[in-house]
Design a binder for this molecule. Structure first.
Ligand SMILES: Nc1ncnc2c1ncn2[C@@H]1O[C@H](COP(=O)(O)OP(=O)(O)OP(=O)(O)O)[C@@H](O)[C@H]1O
Length: 521
């Protein structure tokens, strides 16, 4: 379909489902509203607006469905009724022909399928808009037969995606320029984010790399299994990984009757997530129940199995600091500190008044303390904080929005498993440890260690640099020598004060840690 015809289809769907009503009331051009009312005269719009939007996206095809799914997670931008309805969107599409999957694999590896795999199941186990999964058997480097899951990209997706994205960008531009409310919703920014997200999903090597990194990070925690990636069998369009065998996490009765400790499972989920966020700064950000299973195998009984690594979040030290400081200030009900943190970070425009921001934050946060601490949802706190900050023109970083969304998923999942889950006492040790880590001597030691390779590189050059320096000086060696001795004395004094100062600093930190431990929580 040409772009023009696709554009017409979209306009027709918009009118048919009454989506114009969602934005028209805010359109600045009264004539446009009048024209639309004439064209759509007699139209019946009984269903609620969220449902109409969901049905319209479904009728526009899988890329729009994915867009709706992504939008549903942006609760900081959407009214709740629309976000709830969009969350119902299912990325279910009929599987594509296995011969097409086989052709993609053969093209990727330039070998017939029989030479790539020992065996290959033609029947897919799952099929979504971007990819489908087949089970197969490979022979690994050691010659052992290994059961694998093979993810194959749906062919010809790139042009479809690019065409739909171009139309979405155009529509976003219209909404932004025609509607008074348009700028606040930042439609062009949302589409640009979606563009990144889709293009990332089209590169399975990227997903494989995410899986490998998470697997490495999670080793030793003994709470979660991540499939091994078989790099010899990976390509941008094909991902081959260890086949995992578990029970989907939403089959709680089955898990319970198999003897899984469900409250522990709930706590483990929170522990895994906080370890990923606060220890590694690298977290699985697509934690919906379809991507989580539980192992019942004797040697890994009760451990999580994580699947689908298309979306991960990365946090910088700055992001982690923002989160930890805000959470701790929040739990101390120190809203002034929360406001100051936003201003110190430079995210709020300079003219913002701290007390106004503080009052707004107090208004959204205080109602949470009406309930027991263990029931407070950190995801919700963050969401409210972001919504408030937006009113003060704070740009919230996408990785923090991703984190907030995942936090809501994890908490939702945890509470589903165990309604008595004490989120705060599970999360607290992580924040505590992280704060101590940031303030304590570990940080100094870590930073010195990080700089060590740099010193190792410049130290051998020092004699030469000194020699070069002296050669450039006039040839009055006596003066040079005196100067050098004076400099050396100064350096010695400086070194002495540095050592004493450093010792004092480390001691100070140790003492401070004791106070911090008492004061923060
Ligand atoms: N390593 C694996 N071992 C066993 N089954 C797997 C594995 N990877 C994927 N699957 C199966 O395939 C399904 C889809 O996988 P995945 O979620 O990675 O695909 P997707 O195309 O990203 O789907 P969606 O976008 O709907 O999440 C999983 O729910 C699971 O049933």
């Amino acid at each position: 379909m040409s772009r023009f015809a696709r554009g017409i289809t979209i306009v027709w769907v918009v009118l048919r489902y009454g989506l114009d009503e969602l934005v028209l009331s805010t359109f600045r051009q009264p004539w446009l509203r009048a024209v639309t009312r004439v064209i759509t005269f007699g139209r019946k719009l009984d269903a609620p607006r969220g449902q109409r939007l969901r049905e319209a996206l479904e009728s526009l095809g899988p890329i729009f469905v994915k867009f709706g799914q992504v939008l549903s997670t942006r609760r900081d931008l959407m009214p709740p009724d629309i976000a709830d309805e969009l969350a119902l969107l299912q990325d279910r599409v009929p599987p594509f022909d296995p011969d097409v999957a086989i052709a993609t694999i053969e093209r990727a590896f330039r070998r017939p399928i029989g030479e790539v795999f020992v065996s290959f199941d033609r029947q897919p186990v799952a099929s979504a808009s971007i990819a489908q999964v087949h089970f197969a058997v490979i022979r690994d480097r050691q010659g052992h037969a290994r059961e694998v899951a093979v993810k194959v990209l749906r062919p010809g997706m790139l042009p479809v995606i690019d065409k739909d994205l171009a139309l979405m960008r155009m529509m976003a531009g219209w909404v932004e320029s025609l509607s008074a409310d348009g700028k606040r919703l930042k439609p062009r920014e949302v589409v640009a984010e979606f563009d990144n997200y889709l293009h990332d999903e089209l590169d399975l090597v990227r997903e494989a790399a995410n899986a490998a990194q998470l697997r490495r990070n999670m080793q030793g925690l003994d709470l979660v299994l991540i499939p091994e990636v078989f790099w010899d069998f990976c390509h941008a369009e094909v991902l081959v990984m260890e086949r995992m065998k578990g029970v989907p996490i939403n089959q709680v009765d089955r898990l319970r009757s198999a003897g899984v400790d469900i409250p522990k499972l709930a706590r483990d989920g929170v522990t895994i997530f906080f370890t990923q966020v606060f220890r590694d700064g690298f977290f699985h950000a697509d934690m919906h129940p379809g991507n989580i299973q539980v192992s019942l195998a004797p040697e890994t009984f009760g451990r999580y199995i994580s699947l689908d690594f298309g979306i991960v979040g990365t946090l910088t030290e700055f992001d982690k600091e923002y989160l930890a400081q805000n959470f701790t200030a929040f739990f101390r009900r120190d809203y002034k500190r929360v406001a100051e943190l936003h201003i110190e970070s430079g995210w709020v425009p300079a003219h913002t008044r701290v007390n106004e921001l503080e009052a707004a934050i107090r208004t959204v946060c205080e109602p949470y303390f009406d309930r027991p601490l263990k029931e407070i949802s950190l995801g919700m706190v963050l969401l409210r904080l972001f919504q408030t900050s937006r009113r003060f023109q704070v740009e919230i970083q996408p990785q923090l929005v991703l984190l907030q969304k995942t936090l809501l998923n994890i908490e939702g999942l945890g509470r589903q498993l165990d309604p008595d889950l004490d989120l705060w006492s599970t999360a607290k040790p992580f924040l505590e440890k992280w704060m101590l880590d940031q303030l304590g001597p570990q940080r100094l030691w870590r930073e010195l260690r990080a700089e060590a390779p740099h010193y190792a590189k410049i130290l051998p050059d020092l004699p030469r640099l000194l020699h070069d320096f002296l050669r450039q000086r006039p040839h009055d060696n006596r003066v040079d020598l005196q100067e050098l001795l004076a400099t050396q004395k100064r350096t010695n004094r400086l070194l002495q004060s540095l050592i004493y100062g450093g010792l004092g600093f480390v001691l100070g930190l140790l003492v401070m840690q004791l106070f911090v431990r008492v004061r923060i929580f």
